[in-house]
Design a binder for this molecule. Structure first.
Ligand SMILES: Cc1ncc(COP(=O)(O)O)c(C=O)c1O
Length: 392
């Protein structure tokens, strides 16, 4: 079936094409000067001392966990309403996760009070996720971390360009992690970044990213070194030059694209006030700071069959999604810890549907989505549709 409106779409054009072509013509493909330029530009953009590019956001999280010293026997507190990579990255280190519930149906971020309840003598760190690019309650979370001597890792995969109290998300904790996966606000296909103001974390991240080697192929190519030592068991988590070049172009577009995302989110919110859509809850109505508006989640009213609703949207040509099936309910995680119960996460996750949101989404597209949303809601329960307020 043809999709009229996908869930997300790239803002890619001649600039990205030329940037990739330039790299190919310069004949140096792996981590080199373009990657370094991307790292510099990204660290300037978020206002942080160190930024290391990696091949994806999952690797960024894995390195961040290792760099703050997480390992076997430790526990890390994470939300469950996130992509599975957040928790997987902790398990890769041999540590265990403890899931904390979210705040409420209007704030889908992890609850500081629930974080406190999960602290044990084994807790080493808090790994927060800025869901949808909406800032977590960072001042409170940092205070909890200080009180209990815990590290704070930010999964800012959804949040490039978002700020809280004027400070970029990803720079509040000890270390921040970004993803540049295809559907992200800054997209390079696959890609990620680790950012930190701490020199010790930066050093470990840089070393582990490339097999624990003391010099890189790029250093040797430039004659800066002839050989290398291996000082730790590291990984090949390097970024390549083509993706760094794409990242540089996308970074230049990011502020404008985030502003456009914000305008689309506002338009959705206005349209969703239509009485015919009553019962739909729209989280983050009074979001803190300046969000990155990565996704637009809504919560369906009780008595609506979500599958039927999503099928009806798809039949109308609109792709929707679910963010997220909670991690603690996945078979693998259930086998590890069947007793975990997170009432708010579970209630929200069963009602959540994500609407399309990307910078190229036109006003007439949001109007169309709002009008078919009303019809889809009606077909998934019994109610009547009035005119959608932002219909153009
Ligand atoms: C919240 C969150 N964390 C981590 C990741 C992992 O990033 P990547 O897909 O780049 O490995 C993603 C993205 O897919 C994500 O949405």
């Amino acid at each position: 079936m043809d999709l009229r409106i996908p869930l997300s779409d790239l803002d890619y054009g001649p600039e990205e094409e030329n940037a990739a072509l330039d790299v190919i013509r310069r004949r140096w493909l792996t981590m080199g000067s373009v990657t370094q330029e991307f790292e510099r530009a990204f660290s300037d953009f978020v206002g942080v001392k160190h930024a290391w590019a990696v091949s994806n956001g999952t690797q960024a999280l894995h390195l961040a966990c290792l760099a703050v010293g997480i390992g076997p026997g430790d526990e890390v507190i994470v939300p469950s309403l996130t992509f599975v990579a957040t928790a997987n990255a902790v398990l890769y280190t041999g540590a265990d996760v403890r899931f904390a519930d979210i705040i409420s149906a209007s704030d889908l971020n992890v609850s500081p009070d629930e974080i406190v309840k999960q602290i044990t003598p084994r807790t080493k760190a808090i790994l927060v996720v800025h869901y949808g690019g909406y800032p977590c309650r960072m001042p409170e979370i940092m205070e909890i971390a200080r009180r209990h001597h815990l590290a704070v890792i930010e999964d800012a995969a959804h949040a490039p360009g978002a700020t809280l109290e004027g400070r970029a998300l990803g720079t509040w904790g000890d270390v921040g992690c970004f993803s540049f996966f295809s559907n992200k606000n800054l997209a390079t296909g696959e890609g990620g970044m680790v950012v930190t103001n701490r020199d010790d974390i930066a050093e470990v991240t840089k070393t582990l990213r490339s097999h624990g080697m003391t010099t890189l192929t790029w250093d040797r190519h430039r004659g800066h070194a002839h050989t290398y030592d291996v000082v730790a068991l590291g990984y090949n988590y390097r970024m390549d030059e083509i993706r760094a070049a794409l990242g540089l172009v996308q970074l230049r577009k990011l502020a404008g694209n985030n502003a456009r995302r914000s305008a689309i989110a506002r338009r959705y919110r206005e349209g969703l006030r239509n009485p015919s859509l009553s019962g739909i809850e729209v989280p983050f109505g009074d979001a803190r700071g300046m969000p990155a508006h990565h996704i637009f989640p809504i919560l369906l009213p009780g008595g609506v069959d979500r599958d039927a609703f999503m099928d009806a949207m798809r039949k109308a040509g609109v792709q929707t999604s679910i963010h997220y099936p909670p991690i603690h309910r996945f078979t693998y995680y259930l086998q590890r810890a069947p007793e975990v119960s997170l009432p708010i996460t579970e209630a929200v996750a069963s009602r959540e549907v994500t609407l399309p949101l990307y910078p190229m989404l036109r006003d007439e597209d949001t109007s169309y989505i709002l009008s078919v949303l009303c019809e889809a809601l009606t077909s998934a329960r019994t109610a009547s549709c009035g005119p959608a307020s932002t219909r153009s």
